[in-house]
Design a protein around this ligand. Structure first.
Ligand code: OGA
Ligand code: MN
Length: 215
């Protein structure tokens, strides 16, 4: 089996760290190498054809519920035991990124969780924060888009509300989910939503997490 190369180089990791330091979010159109991008797209295709996706829920732990009026994606959680695959390489890269966030920004992050996500045509995810109310574990959200040849008219933008004080009543930016693009933001601070798209919309979404704190 071919060994995937390290997913994000150190210069790119520095860009991600600088964005989280200030202003707390960043959008990077071509952060992934074309090889990593292709490996992730192939993983997505494999999991789609194996029918491994399940409807995503809202909330955390035992209180997770399917709420079609809030989100319509289906997900596949990356498995850290998938030795030799791009999933293993990606998780290793995210763990390295966690260490850098810890040592350079003193963020209390110690692990990564991530899932492939597939929104059907007309799918959406209403405005929300990624940090769950009951567990404060999610510190940093990092999303990679896997849609080749995505056009403006396909929609499916990620709308990020860029003023963390004003939230959904403040200014926003719209980000097209084009292949190879990486978006990062502080999970507790930035409201965001996924707008409907005219065709299925594919991504790898994950979080750098701190220790579980149940309130
Ligand atoms: C999420 C999410 C955004 C996107 O899964 O929590 O907000 O652009 N995803 O896929
Ligand atoms: Mn989210």
């Amino acid at each position: 089996m071919k060994q995937p190369t390290f997913p994000i180089d150190s210069a790119s990791m520095d860009l991600l760290i600088d964005a989280i330091a200030e202003p707390g979010y960043g959008v990077f159109p071509h952060l992934l190498s074309s090889e990593t991008q292709q490996d992730l797209i192939e993983l997505m295709e494999a999991k789609e054809s194996e029918d491994e996706f399940v409807r995503a829920g809202v909330g955390s732990g035992q209180e997770t519920q399917i709420r079609s009026e809030i989100r319509s994606d289906s997900i596949f959680w990356l498995d850290p035991d998938s030795v030799g695959s791009i999933a293993e390489t990606w998780i290793a890269g995210m763990n390295t990124l966690s260490e850098l966030f810890r040592s350079q920004l003193f963020l209390p992050v110690c692990s990564y969780e991530g899932h492939l996500a597939r929104y059907p045509a007309e799918g959406f995810y209403k405005a929300h924060l990624d940090r769950h109310a009951k567990t404060l574990a999610r510190e940093v959200s990092i999303i990679v888009y896997l849609n080749k040849d995505w056009e403006d008219t396909d929609g499916g933008e990620l709308r990020i509300y860029t003023d963390s004080e004003k939230g959904v009543s403040g200014p926003f930016i719209d980000v097209l989910p084009e292949a190879g693009k990486v978006v990062i933001f502080r999970s507790a601070d930035f409201w965001h939503e996924v707008l409907p798209s005219s065709r299925p919309r594919l991504s790898l979404t994950g979080w750098l997490r701190g220790r579980e704190e149940i309130t």
